[in-house]
Design a protein around this ligand. Structure first.
Ligand SMILES: Nc1nc2c(ncn2[C@@H]2O[C@H](COP(=O)(O)OP(=O)(O)OP(=O)(O)O)[C@@H](O)[C@H]2O)c(=O)[nH]1
Ligand SMILES: [Mg+2]
Length: 241
């Protein structure tokens, strides 16, 4: 049986947590789920503990003491997944921006088409974003063009956060050296996989803005991405990726 786990970082996702977990477990493929919660004040992790009674042996929880950013939450989750022997490790948001049904398409891309990384891509066939204000769509779309220009990486959706990795990718990327925590984290992971010549495919998805809970986007996350891309390019020149 395929060992696949979906890592979902959460911070104050009490309005989404039940539905997102139920949605993953209602799929035909037998995914496991790891929630990495940063001690959300709204009690998200308490609710996950309750749901663990229902989904014993499939639902796991790792709680950190304070909000430390999405990037470090994923690195934490990846290490957990590697040490527990998973072959396919997914990134997905808790807010239903990513449709859990697409997990199976990403898995298929890796398991049957021999990709090492499958990216749920908003921009590989036009612009597939629903309900985002125009300025947000433009920012995200041009961010991908900017990343392509600076790094030369041929990926349409460089900041995507809906991904399937084969375990060997996460083993080969030195997770302790990942520097960034916001969108730049997503770019850094893809760039490190790209530099190491892993096979990366983009699977078109439709991305929908969250309808419940609060966004954690901030100016510092955007600044980190703008300067981070240049730093990544420089580190590549000095062979540090
Ligand atoms: N553990 C943890 N999870 C986080 C942190 N920041 C964001 N998340 C989670 O990461 C996922 C993506 O965060 P979002 O707030 O949706 O960020 P976004 O997708 O860039 O912004 P919106 O879609 O506009 O809300 C969600 O599941 C969040 O709960 C954090 O510091 N720690
Ligand atoms: Mg979101």
């Amino acid at each position: 049986m395929l060992k696949a786990i979906v890592v979902i970082p959460t911070y104050n996702e009490i309005e989404n947590i039940d539905n997102i977990i139920d949605a993953v477990f209602s799929l035909e493929s037998h995914f496991h789920v790891l929630i990495v919660d940063d001690n959300s004040p709204d009690g998200t992790s308490k609710r996950v503990e309750e749901l663990q009674q229902k989904y014993m042996d499939r639902l796991f929880l790792s709680t950190r003491t304070k909000k430390s950013g999405l990037g470090t939450a994923y690195v934490h989750g990846f290490k957990w997944a590697l040490s527990h022997g998973y072959e396919y490790v997914f990134e997905m948001d808790a807010d239903f921006s990513h449709n859990p049904k697409d997990l199976e398409r990403l898995l298929f891309a890796c398991a049957s088409s021999n990709a090492d990384v499958a990216i749920g891509s908003r921009y590989s066939t036009g612009v597939n974003v629903v309900n985002w204000p125009l300025n947000r769509v433009l920012m995200s779309y041009f961010a991908s063009i900017y990343v392509k220009m600076i790094t030369g990486m041929k990926i349409h959706d460089a900041t995507a956060g809906f991904i399937c990795y084969r375990r060997n990718v996460l083993e080969k990327i030195n997770l302790d050296r990942i520097k960034f925590i916001g969108y730049a984290f997503q770019i850094e992971m893809k760039y490190r996989a790209y530099v190491k010549k892993f096979k990366i495919v983009e699977v078109p998805i439709i991305f929908t803005d969250r309808t419940k809970g609060q966004s954690k986007m901030s100016g510092s996350i955007i600044r980190e991405a703008v300067f981070g891309v240049i730093m990544l390019r420089v580190r590549k020149i000095f062979n540090q990726l």
